[in-house]
Each structure stands twice: as C-alpha cells, then as structure tokens.
Design a protein around this ligand. Structure first.
Ligand SMILES: [Zn+2]
Length: 191
C-alpha cells in the first residue's frame, strides 16, 4: 500500500497499483487520540498478477522465513549474498519449472492432447499435400512409439533439385514424455 496522509488528524492509504480502488481513510475523533475508519474499500480492482516492486513486508518476511530454514541447518557458516541467491534459486527452480510447464499447457494444450491430435493431423497433412508420406508406429499395446512425415513437395524438391545428401539434426523434447525430434535437411546447388 501507499500512504497518502499519516498525521495527527488523519491516516489515508491506497493500493500500490494506481488504478486500483482499494482504499482506507480514517480520521481522529476529537478530542480523543482514537481514530475512526470513515472509508474502507477492501476490494482490490488491480490484478493479483501485477508486480509490486515495493512489497517490502511480504518480501522481507516471506523470503526471510524461507531463508531462516536454510540457514538454520548450517549455523556456523558465514552466509554471503551470492550464496543465498544461489540457494533460493535452487529451492524455487522446480516450482518455477512446474509453473512454466503449466503456463505452456495453458498456451499450447497438454502433451497428452498434442499426441492425441497426431492421427487427425497426419490424416489432414496427407489429404491436403499430395505425395506426402506420414505414419505413426505403435507398439504391441498400441502405445505411441514413433512417427514420421515428409511433405510431398519437399520429397519432389529433393528428388529433382537437391544434391543427393541428407543432413540430419536432432532436438531433445523436454516435455513430460521426452523423446527426440530428428530433422532431415537437404541442400540444392546454391546451398
Ligand atoms: Zn490493488
């Protein structure tokens, strides 16, 4: 929160986010030292995802509590800032990784969904690209093993216009099911 007035007569605070309507206004009851809350709008209209860089209370206390747990285990150690930063990074790495996976799922759908779309994708690939080769190989339990596709036009281009050399490159999939994508690249006379 941000303080607008803090004096002997009134105390008024706002949400850190400018357009948010969260607000508290209180005034001293004369002639006492007591304050009365006149206005309290307790609902934040700002997004909880907005970053509050000046969230000093939460930062110090939340991070400090976590840090305390780490530091307690090796009391004799002298803790340097870069070590603390490294330890906190390690501690949150998995959570950040999971959060990223979840965000990717929201963006692209889950790995399960993507794999389940392969047959219909291959069907349409072949239907709309003449000469396309595409197949999915499954094991004895009908589980996905591997798949292959070559777009018809690229097969024709390779046959007629490229040097008879295929260059292979691979990329490891980091999703839940892992796996490797292999790419075949060809070059024409102009490289
Ligand atoms: Zn707010």
């Amino acid at each position: 929160m941000k303080t607008k007035h803090s004096n002997k007569i009134c105390y008024e605070i706002y949400c850190e986010i400018e357009k948010c309507s969260w607000r508290l206004y209180s005034k001293r009851i004369n002639p006492t030292d007591e304050f009365e809350i006149r206005t309290f709008n307790s609902v934040h209209t700002c997004s909880s995802l907005e970053i509050h860089p000046n969230h000093k209370h939460a930062n110090k206390q939340v991070m400090g509590t976590i840090l305390h747990e780490i530091m307690r285990k090796t009391r004799s150690k002298v803790w340097r800032l870069n070590e603390i930063s490294r330890d906190l990074n390690a501690l949150f790495y998995k959570q950040v990784w999971r959060a990223k996976q979840y965000a990717m799922e929201l963006l692209l759908g889950s790995s399960e969904e993507c794999f389940s779309k392969l047959p219909i994708y291959y069907h349409n690939l072949k239907k709309h690209n003449p000469g396309t080769v595409a197949y999915i190989q499954t094991d004895s339990k009908d589980c996905f093993e591997c798949c292959f596709y070559g777009i018809g036009s690229t097969i024709q281009a390779f046959k007629h216009f490229c040097r008879k050399v295929i260059i292979m490159d691979g990329a490891h999939l980091k999703g839940y099911f892992k796996g490797t994508i292999l790419h075949a690249v060809a070059m024409d006379g102009n490289n």
